[in-house]
Design a binder for this molecule. Sequence first.
Ligand code: FAD
Length: 483
Amino acid sequence: MADATNIVWLRQDLRLSDNPALAKACERGGRIVVIYVLDDEAFGDRKPGAAQRWWLHHSLAALADALRRRGGQLVLRRGRAAPILEDLVARTQAKAVYWNRCYDQESIARDRTIKRDLAEAGLEVESFSALLLAEPWEARNKEGQHFKVFSAFWRSFLRNCQVAPPLPAPAKLTPVPGLSGDRLEDWELTPRNPDWAAPFGESWTPGEAGAKQALDRFLEGGLASYKQARDRPDRQATSRLSPHLRFGEISPREIWQAVHDRLGVAGASQAGADKFLAELGWREFSYSLLFHEADLARRPLRREFERFPWQPDPTALRAWQRGRTGFPIVDAGMRELWACGWMHNRVRMIAASFLVKDLLIPWQEGEAWFWDTLVDADPANNTASWQWVAGCGADAAPYFRIFNPVLQGERFDPEGAYVRRWVPELSDLPNKVIHKPWEASEADLEKAGVRLGGNYPERLVDHGLARLRALEAFETLKKERAA
Ligand code: FAD
């Protein structure tokens, strides 16, 4: 096979390490074409959001560089994947096409057709597992069905699933000479006029090397205290690996192995490791839902929520998106999202709960905003998490459990450091009112330079009343079901 050409089609796996499709092509020997296809059409109305596109640009640039350093080349093409792959096969006389699997319904349907057509044309076509710790169909309950409850899913996973050791990156690649592709700059993935993503570079280093750095930093300084500190948005206590995982710049198997290796080091915490791996477990669980449930982004898993009396309100939605709800912890989160393309998990839960329960705005609106603005916007995690918060998902937080944004803020940002960072107009308020400026005295407000309804908005709602309204709305659903 030394003179054969093999194609590796990259999608959610923009890395060289633990990349089974790439490893297989190398094992087969010969020349290798590594291709990434920007196939917006394939996603219908679920095109990658604006923040993801920024990430994708930088991730592809890093990958092209890494391939070049090993003698290889990244070929970029824009359009429908099927004809592009066919054309590439014809031009290079390739004998094999390999890729790592995606698990959303659109990608599965597309890949199935492509696999069939290429195989009929006489090519060797093989797909591999690289996105998850285990395939989403592996964990099954006693009835042979996929799990709807996380704790049972994770117990079964830990008992039955073997996580394979990661594969090394290839040392050297032989490209096909003279093969041209698109210029990354011509895809215009990054914003201009205005370049709202300019500050993203301060928070992130997209690419495989950046992912490894983030993992090392976390293992060194975060894992041991993860269990206690992970809910604190005022600290850098989580791994911030989510966008790297989203684009497959690091494999969950590499993380799994690194965490287990770390347990052998002095000062390691089993509790921290267990909790952190369970979060990776939520990712596995979300992907299992994405794989098994059609239309996860649009339809509530608990179908009765299709009749929930939502109250769409474009003005309130806009205020939420801009971080101007009048609730400091919600506004801080929404502004962190805008500035960094990321938000702390605890604050995602608070901000999402506020949208769907205090404002009664459909969760799909929030999901769509996160989809556009998160660098880690993930087809499984985003959708499953929104359904979870809205109470309509698998193993969801019950609808009647409604986050109080003031108490949540006081508990998880006790000195108000997070709010002060992202809502600077409140920074001089005393701790006791930083999460509820409407209770501040005139003197405190004046001293801090805060004008409610002026430089900081009045509350959109009274949380106590909004809570009752949400519970009433939920009651109508229950009554309908009983009737
Ligand atoms: P860590 O705490 O270090 O966790 C490690 C990894 O575990 C994460 O990188 C992520 O891949 C996974 N993980 C952690 N929590 C969850 C979870 N609840 N569900 C699924 N996987 C999890 N995560 C995304 O990756 N993409 C999204 O689009 C996304 N949207 C969300 C929307 C809402 C409304 C909520 C409440 C949560 C969402 N999450 C999403 C889950 C979670 O907030 C992020 O994964 C986490 O904040 C990322 O930060 P980290 O990498 O530092 O996490």
